[in-house]
Design a binder for this molecule. Structure first.
Ligand code: 5FU
Length: 260
């Protein structure tokens, strides 16, 4: 069973991870494989964006530490919107330290990420202690992580060997890892979801190293399951219309892929 030829529905039973299953269900039922990168800097903008694009997304990706006015109210509102529109919360924290430190970063500090983020990103660089550290902080909650195995930015040091080693790490920790943030995939394992950022229509880069491909290219050529789109939506004159456009392009490309 090759991941790229399978429908999201048919992949539900390939995994025991409750959040992987939930995400497949959301994608299949809502007919969307769009994740919006909500890179805005105030709670008001974040909440307003989440409510507007909510019907079109399966996941809302945050960088919670770029907010100038974060509080518990931010989280209460995001969680309400996630329930209202049926999407998951994905904090792109890119944990990358020893297990003991990431456990504290995940559960403590100002953001208490473990309390509200369904999924978080993690670098495989420190070795699998980073995963064990995060898991030690979960305390019975249903949580998962996405391993950043290959970055979209130019000159990224994520070599082929690194990508392969991240795949092995994921296979050893399937109870926590739901998939990869990557630009390509050699793995056909249907349990793992491939999330691809660096997606934008009409631009190839941002002048600061980001490199873009189109939704069709991400899904049909690179094998993405979910596209992550930030400024293509947040900086559009009409973010809702842009979200609809990316959603349709991405879901059409996915449907085209599973036909073959
Ligand atoms: F792991 C990665 C990566 O390799 N590239 C990324 O761009 C994460 N990202 C995130 O996706 C980045 O931190 C932004 O939040 C988002 C892309 O935003 P853009 O506005 O679509 O370029």
């Amino acid at each position: 069973m090759d991941r790229k030829n399978c429908s999201f529905e048919s992949r539900i039973t390939t995994t025991n991870h409750p959040l992987t299953r939930k995400l497949f269900e959301i994608m299949a039922n809502k007919k969307t494989n769009l994740c919006v990168a909500a890179d805005v800097t105030t709670t008001e903008e974040l909440v307003s964006l989440a409510d507007k694009v909510g019907p079109h997304i399966c996941l809302l990706k945050t960088h919670i530490d770029i907010l100038t006015n974060f509080s518990q109210d931010t989280i209460d509102k995001l969680r309400d919107l996630a329930a209202k529109h049926n999407f998951l919360l994905f904090e792109d924290r890119k944990f990358g330290d020893i297990g003991s430190t990431v456990a504290n970063q995940y559960s403590g500090g100002a953001y208490k990420i473990v309390e509200w983020a369904d999924l978080v990103t993690v670098h495989g660089l420190p070795g699998d202690g980073v995963i064990k550290g995060l898991v030690s902080a979960i305390n019975g909650r249903t949580r998962g992580c996405v391993l950043v195995s290959q970055m979209s930015s130019s000159g990224a040091l994520t070599s082929e060997e690194y990508v392969e080693n991240c795949s092995k790490m994921a296979e050893n920790h399937t109870y926590f890892v739901v998939g990869f943030v990557s630009q390509s995939s050699k793995s056909g394992d249907p349990r793992f979801i491939l999330f691809t950022p660096g997606v934008r229509l009409g631009k190839t880069g941002d002048g600061l190293g980001q490199q873009y491909v189109t939704p069709r290219s991400a899904i049909l050529e690179r094998g993405a399951d979910i596209i992550i789109v930030g400024r293509g939506i947040t900086q559009a004159s009409d973010p809702v219309a842009a979200a609809k456009e990316y959603r349709e392009e991405a879901f059409d490309a996915y449907q085209e892929r599973i036909k073959h």
